[in-house]
Design a protein around this ligand. Structure first.
Ligand SMILES: [Zn+2]
Ligand SMILES: [Zn+2]
Length: 263
């Protein structure tokens, strides 16, 4: 399996992806907003885009669909619940569905509500497993819930699905927010040496060649996975004096999400 990140260089800092079967050259284009770059990359590499998949309905993910489909005849895949939000879906997806690309690639569909209520992530079970995480999980951060989502569902997705994936799972998010997110982690946990070292490493990185995290690393540097940390809880209580000294993981997550909204 080839995972080809395509950096859009736009103001929203979107990543698009091509997932490719190396044997047949068939490709799935994920959220191909920058349709010109996606089509050109496929042409340069000799790949044939046969499917387009949207992780969710926001325009910075769906805005390139028509151009890519017009150029390739690709089928459009998205969450079955997005049928009234994304035009011309050919295949509606649900939890446990499998997306096949060529002869060698199989992606498992995860139903991951929270950022929006019709959001899918894609899991590749491979020797080096990989998660295409859209706007649900970012490097060192979590998606917001302003555009049709709900923080409680986002927590349930993090705790009930994402946190249980293998530690070696590589994370491929929908945006390059790693620098800003690591700064938020350090605002919450100033003594997080791993996050500090990583911020130094990725500061000013070229998103054409982005640093790829794993879930195991995320659990060390992503505040939204560090809900039982005494340091996180104590600092959060300075901001939210009504938070108990022994809060649930969900309470910590919801307060972190609230704080991040205005950070
Ligand atoms: Zn979004
Ligand atoms: Zn987005």
């Amino acid at each position: 399996m080839i995972i080809e990140p395509i950096w859009t260089g736009n103001a929203y800092r979107n990543f698009n992806y091509l997932i490719v079967c190396p044997e047949t050259g068939e490709a799935l284009a994920i959220d191909p907003l920058d349709h010109e770059k996606c089509l050109k990359r496929a042409a340069d590499k000799g790949w044939n885009i046969t499917q387009v998949l949207n992780t969710h309905e926001h325009f910075d993910h769906t805005g390139g669909n028509d151009k890519v489909i017009a150029a390739t005849g690709a089928k459009l895949l998205a969450h079955a619940g997005a049928a009234d939000k994304i035009a011309h879906i050919d295949r509606g997806l649900g939890a446990g569905d499998v997306v096949r690309i060529g002869r060698t690639v199989e992606l498992e569909v995860l139903d991951t509500p929270g950022h929006t209520m019709a959001h899918v992530c894609l899991l590749a079970h491979d020797d080096a497993p990989a998660l295409i995480s859209g706007d649900t999980l970012f490097n060192a951060g979590a998606g917001n819930c302003h555009g049709g989502g709900h923080p409680k569902e986002l927590y349930a997705t993090f705790a009930g699905q994402l946190a249980k994936l293998p530690a070696a799972t590589r994370i491929f998010p929908g945006h390059d927010y790693i620098e800003n997110n690591l700064s938020f982690t350090l605002d919450r946990e100033p003594d997080n040496a791993r996050a500090r070292a990583l911020l130094e490493k990725v500061a000013g990185q070229d998103p054409e060649n982005p640093f790829i995290t794993t879930l195991g690393l995320e659990k060390e540097i992503n505040t939204f996975f560090r809900l039982g940390s005494r340091g996180v809880i104590e600092r959060l209580r300075e901001k939210f004096p009504d938070l108990s000294a022994d809060p649930t993981a969900e309470e910590v997550f919801l307060r972190l999400r609230e704080l991040r909204n205005d950070w």
